[in-house]
Design a protein around this ligand. Sequence first.
Ligand code: NAX
Length: 326
Amino acid sequence: MTTQAPIRVAVTGAAGNIGYALLWRIASGDCFGSNQPVILQLLEIPPGMQRLEGVIMELRDSAFPLVHDIVGTDNAEVAFNEADAIFLVGSRPRTKDMDRSDLVAANGPIFVGQGKAIDAVASRKVKVITVGNPCNTNALIASANAPSIPPQQFTAMTRLDQNRAVGQMAERAGVPASEVQDVFIWGNHANTMYPDPSMATVGGQSATEVFDEEWLQGEFLNTVSTRGKAIIMARGASSAASAASAAVDHMRDWWQGSAGRIVSVALPSEGWYGVPEGIVFSFPCRCEGGEVTVVEGLTVDTFAQAKIDENVAALLGEREAVSDLL
Ligand code: NAX
């Protein structure tokens, strides 16, 4: 028997590929805890509503004890009503003929409307994770259109990049992923992101001692940064289960704490590490008591600094491209 009051969890793009993997993890208690009931508030666009109906039928057929109610809608204000946590997943996926600036232009307006709806009806303490790409800049757009909610409550997901980095280190060292700690991502969820090994440990030993620099700055970096493309080539479809799993990790740590571990969260910069204020940038963070705190004072070597600078330039460019939406 559960005793806690249910929380309201909104997921956009709920009938999509990531949604199909994400909803079952949320419903089972993996994200908010095994004693925390949830009301699922699922948003789709009209062409997705029939698929959403099917997803809701399957959720009901899974008979999760923690799911107290399920709402399916194409109205953002219904989906975000009093929401405590929001997963912004729905957006147009990038197609072969689109470059990154086309993607920014195609998806930006979605996050204007959703930001306004969050501002109007969500809980004032809502925690928002943006997954739909370009996720850093989409989080910025949503936040700018929700002026009554503190910007730090709008985050973007680089946890998949972190998990990919952990996976590569674990495979190389021949240890379970649980043995790899504190590798984190700087920057944008794009192939410029930088998985920083400087704080990482593998089986308790420093990753920079376990692996040589040539691998860390070469094959490791290259594999992590091009992993999304490699998945599409192999699977014929973009990462979905691993993206959903990373979204659960991100929100679970924010909600329940990261137990002292360093995790990657993209959030509006307050000038940390010289990153210009306002752009949504992935930093090393710790989570405790429902708050995300940037870990300050880490040593940034020349290689990492060049990567940070590259990501800053890219994100300033994206911000400029959507300035009319902010
Ligand atoms: P799908 O195309 O399978 O699903 C997207 C769903 O969103 C569709 O059902 C669509 O009807 C719905 N949708 C579109 N516009 C909407 C709107 N305005 N409101 C509500 N729903 C809307 O894509 P999927 O594989 O689920 O990926 C979703 C997004 O995640 C894409 O933008 C993708 O690029 C992004 N990703 C982000 C990752 C990250 O690490 N941050 C990794 C995985 C993924 O590539």
